[in-house]
Structure formats: structure tokens, C-alpha cells
Design a protein around this ligand. Structure first.
Ligand SMILES: Nc1nc2c(ncn2[C@@H]2O[C@H](COP(=O)(O)OP(=O)(O)OP(=O)(O)O)[C@@H](O)[C@H]2O)c(=O)[nH]1
Ligand SMILES: [Mg+2]
Length: 516
């Protein structure tokens, strides 16, 4: 099987001209569907197969933040060297005066010298990670040195003096890890998010993704699709052959149906992953004087918005960025919703409505003392327009009215407005605030793998659309069904960065023993 694989890799690089290479090597009859397969490889997006970087260069960079620090880590990565006299081993040996490389992954304390002038630069820890058991998959070394500016510069200069050593480009270590199949695109995105995470929840989400939570899920789906592709191709080419079992197509449809359900459920997640990554946008709206600005200030724990008993105090949108229980939140206070002849106030109302429509979560705040009149008037026009079943109704000023006698009114209003959640609070006494906060946070809790990027959602939707077509074509035109399966697999492959025809062939060979 190995020569086959090698030939196939060459195919990727040189295109269809190299096709005949694999036939004599594999000594198999090559069916017509496979030529269709190869022909379609031209449509694979550029990043689906990443050409390894040309040249034998070894890269190095300061991996810790620049500036004064206790320790600075300099990382070096180069192609796996056959001999210790090339690539990464050179720096390790020449700069520490060691006769042989240290044991892999074991810290050794060494003096560090300039490789040509032999000048002593620092004393630090040296770590050696022979490829492929390293972050990049290449031979890698780390120097943990003193974190002073002059020390780090001297060691970086010394590394730069070694032939074919160069400073790494931005993200080049990770790029090499991707090229060497150590990480897929979702893990790389998770890693980037982890470095940018500002709240506890963002950290957890990014770490889960960097650890491969999405990769496992998507790779599993892709594997299933590849199996379906192999089965369908076999039916196309050997349909009449007695080796093909009955009901193969049915098996494909069962798998496709299962995948459709799983992908649909994954897509139907209220965008929680993206929201957590980018921050939850919550808008507070309601009639004038309901206590919207007071609620914003209570959550922000500062006087971010002006509070007064004059209705119509807030005229514009006031935004505050918060960390609510580890979740990044952008909270917007808005102008009170009411009809007015004041042009400025109406502009504020317009802005409030626009904010509500673009936010991830909408809170409608009503004052308890006026709740009866709201019910009698059936709210009012603008207020009603802003409320959807996803709106969270918060009744404020519980201290200013009898909550027991209002209980029934609140229940009726909740029903009339058709909202699912209603909470009772008092910004004045703090009653119900903690529960409201907790419920707000509950909205964003989930332990499953979450979609974190619009790119994933786009490709998953494309995959789902292609799977819908598979079900449609399966009985009428199996060749088109096979093409839709290929589209579905490439859509998933575009998320992880893998689109590889080789796996389909492997699966086909193993399941049907072609050429036996
Ligand atoms: N008793 C009581 N008064 C409150 C409570 N919350 C806010 N208030 C008072 O209600 C009045 C209006 O509060 P704001 O927070 O300015 O109300 P708003 O909804 O932002 O009003 P506009 O900006 O005019 O739309 C102020 O006098 C607050 O002190 C509460 O829980 N209980
Ligand atoms: Mg206000």
C-alpha cells in the first residue's frame, strides 16, 4: 500500500499528468469513477493541501513576551536532521559545548556560548525535542535563559549567525505544526483564541477547541462521509459485480441521515460558541423610568449611565463591556421606549430598536408599580414591537409594590407577551439581582463542542445542503449523489484543513479488496 500512497501524494503536487503513475504500481483495474475523482481535485481550495515550506531553513524566535522578565524562552525548529551536524542540533551542540545531544525532553542546565566567537552569553536550561515528537513535528530545541533585553538579544543574534537559521515569521511554528499534521485548522484557531482569551469562559472554550474537541467531531463526520463515498463509488463501478453486497446504497442513506441529524443539532446551538468567543451582546430596553440605567449600573458596579427620576433621561445607547461570571458581555442601555414629539427622543428610540434587533439577548425591563397599567393597555405599541418569545422580561422595583398581590398580574403579562422567562428584581435593594445574573449566565453554559467561528458554520451549512441533495439523488442518479457526497466531505475538510482523496481509496481498497 505504501507505494500507492507516495504516488498519490505526488499526484496532488503535479496534477493529473501524473495519474498513470499509480496504476502500474498498484496493479489494479482502475474504474471510471476514480478518474472523475482525480479530475475533480482541481476544485480543491488552495489551503486543502499545504505545500511544505521549501528550503532547509531552521527558524528561531523569542517565544515569551519581549521585555524584562525572570525567564525568556527561545524556540528553535528545523527539519528533522539525519545528522547532528545539521539543523536544530547544531545550535544545541555548538552553543552549549556539549559533545552529544541531551536526552529528549529533559532539562539540562548549561552555559550558552556564541557559536563562532565562543563568548559566554548566559547560563540557562536547554531542552531538546527530536521530531516528530515536538510541537512543530520537526526537531525542536528551547533555551530558557534570563529574561533581560541584552541577554535575549545576544542569544537571538548568535542563532542568526548560524547558516540557514532565520528568525521565524509570525505564527510560523504553528504553520509548521499544521503542515506536519500536528494540528488541524480548528485546533490552530483554538490556540489563537486561547492566546487572546480574556475571560475564564473564553479560556475554557478555546482550550477545549485547542485540545481537539471540534477536530474529533469533524474528523468523525468526515470519516463517515468518506466511507459513504467509497461505498457509492463502488456501487457505481461494480454495481453488477457479485462482490458488492445488496443494500449498500441503503447503508449509505442510513449514515447520511444520521449525519444530517447530528450536523443539524450542532448548527442549532443559538451561536453560543461564537457569542462566547466574541462576547454576548445584551440590550436592555423598556419604558422610560423603568430603571434600565439603574440595572446597567448595578451589573457594571459603577455609575456608567445617568440615573434620574425624570422620564427620558437616557437618550442614546450607553454601552459597557463586562465580565459576567467569566463570560464576556457587552451590555447596552437604551432610551425609554415611548411615542414622543421630541425629535431627539425619537432618534433615541430608533437607535434602541436597532440595537435590540442586532443583540444576542434582549431584556425588557418594566417597573412593578406600573405593571397593572401595562397589562390594561396591553403594553404599548413600540414596546410590543420590541418583544419576541426570546425576550427576557425583568420586572424591576419589587421594593416599591406588593409583590404578592402582583404575582398574578406578572403571570398574566408573561403569557400575554409570550415570553419564556420573567424575573423579579429591585435595583434599589438588590433583591433578585444575583438570581437574575445566574440565569443570565446559564444561557451561555454548555459543555459540548461549540461552533466558534462563522467559517465553521458556513461550511457545515454547505455540508448539510449537500447531504440533503444526496438523499434526493440516491434513487434517481447515483453519480450525482456521489458528487454531492464529495462536496459534503470537502465542506467538512475545509473546516479542519483536510481534503484528501487518498483516504477514500484506502477505504475502498480495504472494504472491497479490489485487484485481489
Ligand atoms: N424604588 C425603586 N426605585 C428604582 C429602582 N430602580 C431604579 N429606581 C429609580 O427609578 C428612577 C428611574 O431610574 P433610571 O435607571 O434612570 O430609569 P431608566 O429606565 O433608565 O429611565 P430613562 O433613561 O428615562 O428611560 C430613578 O429615580 C431610580 O432611582 C428600584 O429597584 N426601586
Ligand atoms: Mg436611563
Amino acid at each position: 500500500m505504501l507505494p500507492c500512497r507516495t504516488a498519490s501524494r505526488q499526484l496532488y503536487n503535479v496534477g493529473s499528468a501524473a495519474l498513470p503513475l499509480r496504476y502500474p504500481r498498484c496493479a489494479i483495474r482502475f474504474p471510471r469513477a476514480h478518474s472523475r475523482f482525480f479530475a475533480s481535485q482541481n476544485s480543491i481550495p488552495a489551503f486543502s493541501y499545504v505545500q511544505p515550506q521549501a528550503g532547509p531553513d531552521t527558524i528561531f524566535a523569542l517565544s515569551t513576551a519581549p521585555g524584562k522578565a525572570g525567564v525568556a524562552v527561545i524556540r528553535i525548529s528545523g527539519k528533522n536532521a539525519e545528522e547532528v551536524s545539521t539543523g536544530t542540533p547544531i545550535a544545541v551542540l555548538k552553543m552549549t559545548h556539549m559533545k552529544k545531544l541531551p536526552a529528549p525532553r529533559q532539562a539540562v542546565l548549561k552555559k550558552i556560548y556564541h557559536p563562532s566567537s565562543k563568548e559566554l552569553l548566559d547560563k540557562g536550561i536547554v531542552l531538546w525535542f527530536p521530531g516528530p515528537q515536538s510541537y512543530t513535528g520537526e526537531d525542536t530545541a528551547e533555551f530558557h535563559i534570563h529574561g533581560g533585553n541584552a541577554v535575549t538579544r545576544s542569544v537571538l543574534d548568535a542563532l542568526g549567525s548560524i547558516t540557514q537559521y532565520r528568525i521565524a515569521d509570525r505564527g510560523e511554528f504553528s504553520r509548521r505544526a499544521f503542515d506536519n499534521d500536528k494540528l488541524d485548522l480548528t485546533e490552530l484557531e483554538g490556540l489563537a483564541d486561547l492566546l487572546n482569551a480574556e475571560t475564564e469562559m473564553q479560556r475554557k472554550l478555546a482550550l477545549r477547541q485547542a485540545e481537539g474537541s471540534l477536530r474529533q467531531q469533524y474528523d468523525g463526520w468526515r470519516e463517515q462521509l468518506i466511507k459513504c463515498m467509497a461505498l457509492t463509488e463502488a456501487v457505481i463501478d461494480f454495481g453488477e459485480d457479485e462482490n458488492i453486497e445488496d443494500g449498500v446504497l441503503n447503508d449509505v442513506l442510513v449514515i447520511v441521515e444520521r449525519l444530517r441529524e447530528s450536523i443539524k443539532a450542532h448548527l442549532n446551538d443559538n451561536r453560543i460558541g461564537e457569542i462566547l468567543r466574541d462576547g454576548i451582546h445584551i440590550t436592555i430596553s423598556g419604558p422610560p423610568n423603568a430603571g434600565k440605567s439603574s440595572f446597567l449600573n448595578t451589573l457594571a458596579r459603577r455609575e456608567a449611565a445617568i440615573v434620574s427620576d425624570i422620564p427620558g433621561t437616557t437618550r442614546d445607547v450607553v454601552e459597557v463591556s463586562l465580565n459576567l461570571g467569566g463570560y464576556p458581555v457587552v451590555l447596552s442601555d437604551t432610551a425609554g421606549l415611548r411615542e414622543s414629539s421630541d425629535l431627539i427622543e425619537m432618534e433615541g428610540v430608533k437607535r434602541a430598536m436597532a440595537k435590540i434587533s442586532t443583540s444576542d439577548m434582549h431584556i425588557c425591563l418594566l417597573p412593578l408599580p406600573e405593571i397593572e397599567s401595562f397589562e390594561r393597555l396591553h403594553g404599548h405599541k413600540i414596546l410590543n414591537e420590541s418583544i419576541t418569545p426570546d425576550t427576557i422580561l425583568i420586572i424591576n422595583k419589587s421594593d416599591a409594590s406588593n409583590t404578592i398581590s402582583s404575582k398574578e398580574t406578572i403571570e398574566r403579562l408573561t403569557k400575554t407577551l409570550g415570553v419564556r422567562h420573567t424575573w423579579l428584581i429591585s435595583c434599589k435593594t438588590g433583591e433578585g439581582i444575583d438570581q437574575a445574573l445566574e440565569s443570565l449566565i446559564d444561557f451561555a453554559t454548555s459543555s459540548s463542542a461549540l461552533i466558534t467561528q462563522a467559517r465553521h458554520r458556513f461550511n457545515l451549512s454547505a455540508c448539510l445542503a449537500a447531504l440533503d441533495m444526496v438523499a434526493d439523488y440516491a434513487t434517481s442518479d447515483i453519480v450525482l449523489a456521489a458528487e454531492e457526497l464529495r462536496q459534503a466531505a470537502s465542506a467538512i475538510g475545509r473546516i479542519t484543513g483536510k481534503v484528501d482523496v487518498e483516504q477514500v481509496l484506502d477505504m475502498l481498497f480495504s472494504e472491497f479488496c479490489i485487484g485481489k
